[in-house]
Design a protein around this ligand. Structure first.
Ligand SMILES: NC(=O)c1ccc[n+]([C@@H]2O[C@H](COP(=O)([O-])OP(=O)(O)OC[C@H]3O[C@@H](n4cnc5c(N)ncnc54)[C@H](O)[C@@H]3O)[C@@H](O)[C@H]2O)c1
Length: 455
């Protein structure tokens, strides 16, 4: 089977590499020439555990190629995935510019029956728009090729993307009714067969339901996070421990333990933009989505909670204070800095006059780009930010340690060394990594989220 994947980012590259690993002939396309050249040289432009080896092997086995030439990529391929970005527009709606551009290029190129698959996260109704764009291009070319636009939302998690892709909880396939829909289903079933051999995991539905399923999944996850964050803020003032509460409710099988960690609020490349896009869909159709509104509002508040703890303890004016930051990526095992809480915290610390030294096990290059971009209008703030090559180096002479990402490497530090490196034993933990009683026993003043205030 021969497929093309348009967009070679976190989703497109993982999709292409995994299918190639399963024996499919894959060509990955990207409009970013630099990215494609790096991939052609064997460099993986993102940090994703296991991806390097998988791409290397697939290329060596001549099952995976990279190109910027969409026409060359799409020609002769029966399945074409669209996996380009769908960032937020200024008004919060999903910007479909890249998706529709890809659709146009597909319409200009296809030369036989083609299943076009939206893997990007796109609002309800996008498949119809993609269909219309392709149909118009075919009409302009004066050719008639049958095609189907299907929805196959992706649920992988950055940091565990390969495992999620290869062992999915479910494969959601949204297909149009009729003969062509059935033909597309047969092709996609073949493609996904290696992933569903153990048991049937494919959920077939209509296209709009599949599109909405992706937003519903992310909205549910974001809701759990915001819910726990609100309760953590309450726990802080009533003297309860949110971690005990999490275990207390997680043990209920109807609730479960996942996505109930209190912290700095959700960030990253998906939840924030997808919540905004879902709200926009509600607005467009005149449907009140009060829970979703509240989730976003709670998250916007939560971003500020750790900073409030810092200023309550050290004052609004942080001139002369030096902070060590552990963790810059929006979550562990990725270098993704999109909507990372560290971007807000760093900006606010610098704005208040502090100096900051940050470290992340994987995101140093991405963090550098992100902060240079964010602080382009404030060069004197940027001058007070340094990124270091190790967690220990970040600590030297700091007035406090601030933890922003729950990397495994930060979970069991040598507390004696940590205490010795800091000017005072003060830790602000936005990820609740340590038991408060342990921190107290180790002699730290420990401020976490919803953990009975300072230990
Ligand atoms: N990152 C995730 O964890 C994740 C998980 C599930 C779903 N998604 C969704 O998948 C989509 C892609 O996300 P991502 O994180 O991989 O984005 P990304 O920004 O990492 O990658 C998108 C790629 O598409 C390329 N591109 C844009 N327009 C193009 C065009 N016209 N032709 C060819 N290439 C083009 C860009 O250069 C970029 O390399 C989004 O809709 C996202 O919401 C992401």
């Amino acid at each position: 089977m021969k497929i093309a994947v348009i967009g070679s980012g976190y989703v497109g590259l993982v999709t292409g590499a995994c299918f190639a690993d399963l024996g499919v002939d894959v060509v990955c396309v990207d409009s970013n020439t630099d990215k494609v050249q790096r991939l052609q040289r064997g460099e993986i432009p993102i940090y994703e555990p296991g991806l390097n080896t998988m791409v290397e092997q697939a290329v060596a086995n001549e099952r995976l190629q990279f190109t910027t030439d969409i026409a060359q990529a799409v020609a002769g391929r029966s399945i074409v995935f669209i996996a380009v970005g769908t960032p937020s527009s200024e008004d919060g709606s999903a910007d479909l510019g890249h998706v529709l551009q890809a659709a146009q290029a597909i319409g200009q190129t296809i030369d036989g029956f083609t299943v076009v698959v939206d893997k990007s996260t796109v609002p309800v109704g996008t498949a119809d728009r993609v269909h219309a764009v392709i149909a118009r291009q075919l009409q302009e070319r004066g050719v008639q090729h049958a095609f189907v636009v299907a929805s196959n939302p992706e649920f992988l998690k950055e940091g565990a993307a390969i495992d999620d892709f290869m062992r999915p909880d479910r494969v959601v396939l949204g297909l149009p009714p009729g003969e062509l829909g059935l033909k597309a289903r047969a092709l996609l079933d073949d493609l996904y067969a290696p992933l569903t051999r153990n048991h049937q995991r494919t959920l077939y539905m209509d296209v709009r339901s599949a599109e909405l399923t992706k937003y519903a999944a992310n909205a549910m996850l974001a809701t759990r996070i915001s819910f726990m964050n609100e309760l953590a803020n309450l726990a802080d003032v009533v003297g309860a421990d949110i971690e005990s509460v999490r275990q207390g409710i997680g043990s209920d099988r109807r609730i479960g333990y996942d996505f109930l960690y209190a912290g700095l609020g959700y960030g990253g490349s998906c939840l924030p933009k997808d919540i905004r896009a879902l709200r926009d869909t509600g607005r467009q159709y005149g449907v009140r989505l009060g829970v979703i509104d509240a989730v976003e509002e709670a998250n916007a508040h939560q971003k500020k909670v750790l900073l409030q703890k810092i200023t309550t303890r050290l004052g609004e004016d942080l001139t002369g204070c030096h902070f060590a930051l552990w963790g810059l990526a929006f979550k562990p095992n990725t270098d993704d800095m999109r909507d990372a809480p560290s971007r807000y915290v760093v900006r606010e610390l610098l704005r208040r006059g502090a100096t900051v030294c940050g470290y992340d096990p994987a995101a140093m290059a991405e963090a550098h780009h992100a902060f240079v971009h964010d602080l382009a209008d404030q060069p004197d703030w940027l001058a007070r930010l340094r990124l270091t090559e190790s967690a220990d180096a970040a600590l030297a002479g700091a007035d406090a340690l601030v933890i922003l990402t729950e990397w495994k490497a930060f979970r069991t530090p040598h507390f004696g060394k940590l205490r010795a490196a800091l000017r005072q034993p003060l830790v602000f933990d936005g990820r609740n990594l340590y038991p408060p009683h342990r921190m107290q026993a180790e002699g730290f003043e420990y401020h976490a989220i919803g953990r009975c205030g300072p230990a």
